[in-house]
Design a protein around this ligand. Structure first.
Ligand code: COA
Ligand code: ADP
Length: 719
């Protein structure tokens, strides 16, 4: 809806009213068309101001409408009509002007923004392009280069940056609507043609081709296989080469090719799934949303290794004072230098002073006595963690939360060593913790709703995408990852090379193939886990590797690499070779080819050609199959939660939604058939055996992913 009021005698004020973000739903568009017509027809109205209710200008097209048939007036002629209007039109931007919201503002003759407002054309993040004239008007306003960057990344800019780029004419500290009205009154009667962006010539410059080629190369590298960024480049290019009327046709045509695509659906699914993950509930349907989180005013971090440093930085950047504790002076000094260094570099980039006064470094547990919550990030060793928990329980306030950054140890076992298990929650961060967005919030059987709510709220406050998960080995992400890793090394045994597997995964959309990731993280990480779980040990001699362990197929290749000291980037050799230890550029390793050939020869394996299709099917479907098992076990409430874990923690390509969404797009019955096929070929790989839930879902007609949750509760009682 849009509210029409008269103001200051000669002004019309049109207010978008569609909470929470005034998205341009059919009703809002209808209201806008009617209000603009009314303002243009009313002779007493000399200028028009557009604003949004509740301090938010507009969050863009209503994404919920994309899945149905589009009703109501379309945006392009509506915005054109506003621009063509013979009375000055002024956009008063508070909160956000995103997507269609900014396109509406670009149709206005003047734009004024509150200093805290954010502006952008984020359509590319939804698998789309700004198709209400955005790709044609923005370049004409701010130039090809800047528009290309904003449109292909979907980046939001602050009001100040918008002013600098020329997107807005003024920035206000307060009273944006008032200021817009002043501006409107001051320009009444002035000519408008120069302010009508569609009347401007194409933004041709001699380096058009170079700018477009560079942009194309960049988006192809950054978002492999994604169609929308490429369409964005092509559409912006049209703004440089074609008159507006032709450019807008090209924009429409390009939008037509991607609007109905699976990629757009996947990214829109991810948009809502990300927001739903925050509204967590338990797999049994119990809603914990009503539980009030506690305020965390001061936090403790134990252990300033890789994880602890990133966790401390995340907390500090959110303005939460941190007491950071290490076990000895040397480690403390190292940790302190690392944390302050990250904060200083970040502050320098943002032109602010580093908030170092929020940090206290200590060797004494007593310094933790006032904190509201502590996160331990010591070595991944159950006995050590138990000792730390017990030490903490002696000094912390009785109501302080005790969180652990374990990546897979049993939360209940840890909680049992202290006298307050309800206050124990897992916080599984991903490295580097100040960069990676995912936080698995792990609740144990005795974690209190209030403790979980507090951790979920804290995670959100420090900018994480939080997913509540139950307690099981590896939780969700690492439990699934194991099967993905297994498949990738089995493929090597059967005939593939690390490069072939990685290339298939990168073409699928992963930023990095699994073997490059393994080299980056260090092959010894998994080696330690396998040793601790008894897969390698005195009874299973790694010197005489066997391809079976505990009755299942087991690939000892990674262990053999570790034994040879090939631990990845840090040693300059792993699945790939690196110029020097620590260097990042992965180069093919001829020694690995020989190593694999010798291995296959030793075990009498006849190598075969492995297609990229098989790589994707075995890796992605093994992930999804374990995801179904996780749902069966009630470890997460919905498939969306699993997908968010993979999107934000494991580099799954956003335009493919997540492993569960991918399975739903491939078709559950197809997934079932493929898994049956692969399991027949590899009966000693239990993870390829189709899960019961998958079979059930196929049996009830493969419902859409949004309905699995309903079916899940019905099915759980039968499972
Ligand atoms: N269409 C439909 N619903 C939208 C929406 C849109 N364009 N933008 C936001 N919403 C909904 C969200 O789904 C959420 O609904 P919920 O409360 O039922 O979960 C609610 O508005 C609040 O959004 P949220 O993202 O949780 O709030 P925020 O304050 O953190 O962020 C925005 C607000 C506008 C910055 C953010 O929602 C956003 O980026 N929206 C998308 C903008 C966009 O891409 N527009 C172009 C569309 S083509
Ligand atoms: P991760 O990669 O999980 O962060 P690291 O090995 O990098 O693991 O870091 C673990 C950190 O925990 C080290 O800096 C170590 O000094 C610290 N640490 C280990 N035990 C204790 C303890 N009892 N108290 C405080 N810090 C500890």
């Amino acid at each position: 809806m849009a509210r029409y009021t008269r103001a200051r005698g000669s002004l019309a004020l049109i207010t978008l009213t569609h909470p929470p973000v005034n998205a341009l739903s059919a009703a809002v568009r209808r209201g806008l068309v009617e209000s603009v017509t009314r303002a243009l027809e009313d002779e007493q109205v000399k200028a028009v101001v557009f604003c949004g209710e509740n301090g938010i200008f507009c969050g863009g097209a209503d994404i919920k409408e994309f899945s149905g048939s589009m009703l109501g007036p379309s945006l392009v002629p509506m915005i054109h009509n506003i621009e063509r209007g013979d009375k000055p039109m002024v956009a008063a931007i508070e909160g956000v002007a995103l997507g269609g919201g900014l396109e509406l503002a670009l149709g206005c003759h003047y734009r004024i923004a509150h200093t805290k407002a954010r502006l952008g054309l984020p359509e590319v993040t939804l698998g789309l392009l700004p198709a209400a004239g955005g790709t044609q008007r923005l370049p004409r306003l701010i130039g090809l280069h800047a528009a290309m960057e904003l449109i292909t990344t979907g980046r939001h800019v602050s009001a100040r940056e918008a002013l600098r780029l020329g997107i807005v004419d003024q920035v206000t500290e307060g009273g944006t609507v008032e200021a817009a009205m002043e501006l409107a009154l001051s320009v009444i009667g002035q000519p408008l043609n120069l302010r009508r962006l569609s009347l401007r010539d194409p933004v041709w410059t001699p380096d058009v081709e170079a700018v477009c080629d560079a942009a194309l190369a960049l988006v192809k590298r950054r978002s492999r296989g994604a169609m929308a960024p490429v369409a964005c480049v092509q559409s912006v290019r049209a703004a440089a080469m074609l008159p507006y009327s032709k450019g807008i046709e090209r924009e429409k045509q390009l939008m037509g090719t991607i609007f109905e695509s699976g990629q757009a659906r996947a990214m829109q699914y991810a948009f809502f799934a990300q927001r739903n993950a925050g509204k967590w509930s338990l797999p049994n349907g119990a809603q914990w949303n009503n539980t009030k989180p506690r305020d965390v005013q001061r936090a403790g971090v134990i252990g300033l290794g890789t994880m602890g440093r990133g966790i401390a930085v995340s907390l500090i950047k959110a303005g939460i004072p941190v007491v950071a504790l290490e076990m000895d002076a040397k480690q403390l000094e190292l940790g302190k230098n690392a944390v302050t260094g990250i904060l200083q570099r970040d502050a320098q980039r943002r032109g602010i002073s580093p908030p170092l006064d929020l940090l206290t470094f200590t060797l004494s547990f007593h310094q933790l006595r006032d904190v509201d919550l502590v996160i331990e990030a010591v070595f991944e060793d159950m006995n050590l963690k138990k000792r730390v928990f017990s030490d903490l329980s002696k000094v912390l306030r009785v109501d302080a939360l005790i969180c652990t950054n374990t990546s897979g140890l049993n939360i209940d076992e840890l909680a049992a060593v202290i006298d307050r298990p309800p206050l124990v929650v897992g916080m599984h961060f991903f490295a580097p913790a100040h960069v990676m967005k995912l936080l698995e919030v792990v609740y144990g059987t005795r974690s209190s709703p209030e403790a979980v709510a507090t951790v979920m709220a804290l995670g959100k406050r420090i900018g994480k995408v939080c997913v509540a998960v139950g307690n099981c080995p590896g939780f969700v992400g690492n439990r699934m990852l194991k099967h993905y890793l297994d498949q990738s090394v089995f493929l090597l045994e059967e005939g593939a090379t690390p490069e072939e597997v990685d290339q298939a995964l990168e073409e699928f959309g992963f930023a990095m193939g699994i073997f490059k990731v393994a080299d980056l993280s260090g092959l010894d990480v998994g080696w330690r886990v396998r040793k601790a779980s008894g897969l390698i040990g005195p009874d299973v001699d790694p010197v005489k590797p066997s391809r079976w362990r505990l009755g299942r197929r087991y690939c000892p290749l990674p262990d053999m690499l570790c034994q040879q000291g090939r631990l990845g980037q840090k040693t300059g050799r792993g699945w790939y070779v690196y110029e020097s230890p620590g260097s990042k550029e992965a180069k093919s390793n001829p020694e690995i080819r020989n190593f694999l050939e010798d291995y296959r020869h030793k075990y009498g394996i006849e190598p075969r050609h492995i297609t990229s299709q098989e790589v994707i099917e075995r890796c992605a479907l093994a992930l999804a199959n374990e995801g179904f098992r996780i749902l069966e076990d009630g470890i997460v409430a919905s498939p969306e939660d699993i997908d968010m874990i993979y999107l934000f923690g494991y580099g799954w390509p956003r335009h493919r939604g997540g492993p569960m969404f991918y399975a739903s797009q491939v078709g559950l019955s197809v997934v079932l058939k493929k898994l049956e096929h692969y399991h027949r070929l590899h009966p000693d790989v239990p993870s390829l055996e189709p899960s019961r839930l998958l079979r059930r879902l196929v049996a009830v007609g493969s419902p859409p992913i949004q309905q699995w949750r309903t079916h899940l509760s019905n099915l759980r009682s039968h499972l």
